[in-house]
Design a protein around this ligand. Structure first.
Ligand code: CA
Length: 333
């Protein structure tokens, strides 16, 4: 009997690690992507749409709908964009931008699409959130039953040890829109799995593995090699980053950790189940995730904060993700 596929919506601010995560989902035989919803973050939302369309084109999967979503956080102005993955999110190496990207994107807003797709497939859709959580926060305000209709939610974001990569104490995705992160972790009562910054960094891979990964003989691997070629975040020789100071040198593809948990739950070997809350005040800690392991907040809802990853399984998913597009079986005549 053919196994039913997991239905997935991917919400992304498509930087290089999002591209990697998206390719992982495209390569997974048990995953059906209903749509990709775009949000600002690594770059502006217009670039994000173009980046997603580019990844789908490299993998020859242009049939998957791409929706444009929120262009800034719920409160206040957007933080100035960082150049972590280049100003365009994909390493500033792509010269031929697609002038037809707007026609290739759907007209429906990402938040409307999310609500519609989940309402049409209640309790069957996994939502994988790889950027600031603005689209998700707006979705629950438009449709308070939205989280109840989800099967589960996987988030790359937040931190569990108070270590920050954007600010002293806050991780990038949460720090870019703390109010949205707060709303999502208070109001999404579906099973929720958090791949924090420290989870990704503590389960880093070697630079030797990175070389093996991008030097595979396939269009997706060649694309990944190109977009990482001038990006300091993918250079082991680059100046020592905060990540290296805290966790030692290594290759970390952040968003791929959340995606891998959705594709194969066995990739996660340990997690902490506890209530969490996002700090909204604080000169240094705005956007920080706090773990309430003593139930001081008296919340009824707990999330799974991932702590240990089967890096052998995870590495295999990464390797497979760059062997795309898959060769179509030849028809014998
Ligand atoms: Ca991302």
């Amino acid at each position: 009997m053919k196994m039913a596929k997991k239905l997935v919506i991917i919400d992304t601010d498509c930087g290089i690690d999002d591209a990697q995560a998206l390719m992982m989902a495209l390569a997974a035989p048990n995953i059906q992507i209903l749509g990709v919803t775009c949000v600002f973050g690594n770059t502006c939302v217009q670039n994000v749409c173009q980046n997603v369309l580019r990844v789908l084109s490299v993998c020859e999967r242009e049939g998957i709908p791409v929706f444009r979503g929120c262009a800034g956080p719920l409160v206040g102005a957007s933080s100035p964009p960082t150049d972590h993955f280049g100003t365009d999110g994909l390493g500033d190496v792509i010269k031929d931008r697609d002038p037809q990207w707007e026609e290739k994107s759907q007209r429906e807003h990402a938040v409307d699409a999310m609500i519609r797709l989940v309402s049409e497939n209640q309790k069957q859709v996994s939502l994988v959130a790889l950027g600031p959580l603005t689209n998700l926060a707006v979705a629950v305000k438009l449709d308070p039953c939205f989280p109840k209709k989800l099967k589960d939610l996987y988030i790359m974001g937040g931190n569990m040890e108070g270590k920050g990569n954007l600010t002293l104490n806050a991780e990038f995705n949460f720090a870019m829109d703390p109010e949205s992160a707060y709303i999502v972790l208070e109001e999404f009562l579906c099973p929720t799995y958090l791949a924090s910054w420290e989870y990704a960094c503590r389960n880093k891979l070697t630079w030797e593995f990175f070389e093996e990964l991008i030097n595979q003989d396939a269009p997706a691997a060649r694309f990944m090699k190109t977009i990482t070629s001038k990006c300091w975040a993918y250079s082991k020789e680059a100046m020592v980053s905060k990540r290296d100071v805290y966790f030692g040198s290594g290759f970390v593809s952040y968003d791929a950790y959340a995606m891998a948990a959705c594709i194969d739950g066995a990739v996660v070997t340990e997690s902490i189940q506890c209530p969490v809350r996002v700090e909204l005040q604080g000169l240094m800690s705005r956007g920080m995730l706090t773990l309430d392991r003593t139930n001081a907040l008296k919340k009824s809802h707990s999330v799974f904060v991932l702590t240990k990853c089967d890096t052998a399984k995870f590495s295999r998913l990464l390797l497979e993700s760059l062997r795309q597009p898959s060769m179509k079986p030849k028809v014998e005549c």
